[in-house]
Design a protein around this ligand. Structure first.
Ligand SMILES: [Zn+2]
Length: 457
């Protein structure tokens, strides 16, 4: 897919903080990053060579953004698992366990998205909200409705966010008002993928999205696997989120060796596959996930809020499994990846309390990497986004820890490490002044002008 081709070229000068494969937190003080047509063309220390570099890339002084005070720039956040149609339930409906929650709250809410006007207004709300919170790339579940999921793509493209977007498939174990038959489900999925390709979105990729094995029969999943592989597109689904769900799925597929084996038989496991949750996987399952190069989306707020369980992320990382963070709206009540970082640490610390002193819980540097480069890897986009490297897209957040009326107090003795740590634990959307996607400040250009929190519904 091509990027948004911006003619503009500019540079940003100041402090940059990002992760690399070898280090979860790298601070580049007094550096300058050059961006042309949305891509990073140089990363240069502000030394006596900087003027030559600026001249080489034809960037004049008027096109340099100089960061002020303690401002810094970080890579944009990657939300590897979010249900856009569930946003209106964010912050409520958390009194049921997952399977009951689906039937009582989620299916009735998602069924309303057959109405395109309703869907459009709801999708503006959710995409605007997650962009304000610094999410530059998100992997979205839509609903079973093809046209309203295409509306979601339109909204994401209009706002300028980067998205992987899937029309949901479900042909069993859901109410009649929110279910497809196998033939329609396959036909509509093919139509959805063709339509996304035809519309030539610059920032959006289609995704095959069987809700989970409990909602899809093997015949449907095999055909979906075929569509995913023949088009080389992403797959997203849920796995091993709760023990009740694992028991239910195993009853439906007694022939399969494990939950993951169901998806494997269907041909749904590729390096572009995002598996949400994965709390109750067996060691053999984890081995297969690594072999297939699938990624796991860790959604800690959701896992605690609807009491699903706790994923041992440290064990996954030790097994060389790719892990990113997800909000899982609205099982998770927060649209913010900053919240996902904090709840990932809380979950990890809780596991550490049980495992004892030799267990190494996740720290703020670990979750910073999961939220950026880790998420990019889970989405098989790490060659393209996730940190600051020449040739990658400039997807980034300009953060001001000292914004007036903001949530952070910085003290004289605070180092840059202290300040990024305070931002991770205390920061919110007030601290995020710019949200760049492919070099385009979408917060400035779109969200503030088009949408206010209370209009539209
Ligand atoms: Zn989910």
């Amino acid at each position: 897919m091509s990027e948004t081709l911006l003619e503009s070229s500019f540079a940003i000068s100041g402090t940059f903080i990002h992760s690399t494969i070898t280090s979860p937190l790298v601070i580049l003080s007094d550096h300058c990053i050059g961006v042309i047509s949305g891509k990073i063309v140089f990363i240069q220390k502000n030394d006596n060579k900087i003027n030559d570099v600026l001249e080489k890339y034809n960037i004049d002084v008027g096109n340099i953004i100089c960061l002020k005070g303690l401002q810094f720039v970080i890579p944009g956040f990657v939300d590897t698992h979010i249900h856009a149609p569930q946003y209106s339930n964010c912050g409520k409906c958390l009194d049921e366990d997952m399977l009951s929650w689906l039937h009582k709250y989620t299916f009735p809410t998602e069924a309303k998205f057959a109405d395109l006007d309703f869907a459009t207004k709801q999708y503006w709300k959710v995409v605007s909200r997650v962009v304000k919170n610094g999410t530059t790339t998100a992997s979205y579940f839509g609903t079973i409705h093809t046209n309203s999921t295409l509306k979601l793509c339109d909204v994401i493209q209009s706002i300028g966010q980067r998205g992987i977007v899937g029309k949901v498939n479900m042909n069993r174990n859901s109410p009649d008002y929110y279910k497809e038959n196998t033939t329609i489900s396959v036909q509509e999925t093919k139509r959805y993928v063709q339509e996304v390709v035809m519309r030539k979105y610059t920032l959006i990729r289609p995704c095959i999205t069987p809700r989970y094995a409990g909602n899809c029969c093997m015949g449907l999943m095999k055909q979906l696997g075929q569509i995913a592989r023949s088009n080389e597109i992403h797959v997203q689904t849920h796995i091993a989120e709760t023990t009740e769900e694992c028991d239910m799925v195993r009853k439906h597929f007694p022939e399969n060796e494990s939950y993951l084996d169901i998806y494997n038989e269907a041909g749904l496991l590729t390096r572009k596959t995002v598996l949400a949750h994965g709390i109750y996987l067996t060691p053999e399952d984890r081995k297969l996930i690594r072999e297939r190069n699938c990624g796991i989306s860790h959604c800690p707020n959701s896992n605690i809020s609807i009491r699903s369980g706790m994923l041992d992320v440290r064990a996954c990382l030790d097994d060389n499994i790719s892990v990113g963070l997800g909000t899982d709206i609205s099982g998770g009540y927060s649209p913010s990846i900053l919240d996902a970082m904090r709840t990932a640490i809380f979950t990890s610390n809780t596991i550490a309390l049980h495992k004892g002193p030799n267990y190494k819980p996740l720290d703020y540097q670990d979750v910073f990497r999961l939220a950026t480069l880790g998420g990019a890897k889970v989405l098989d986009m790490e060659d393209h986004i996730g940190n600051f490297e020449v040739g990658k897209a400039f997807d980034a957040l300009l953060v001001d820890p000292c914004v007036d009326g903001g949530p952070i107090d910085v003290f004289r003795e605070d180092t840059m490490e202290d300040i990024i740590q305070k931002f991770i634990f205390l920061g919110d959307d007030r601290n995020i002044l710019s949200v760049f996607v492919a070099g385009n400040d979408i917060l400035e250009n779109f969200v503030r002008q088009i949408s206010s929190p209370n209009d539209g519904i």
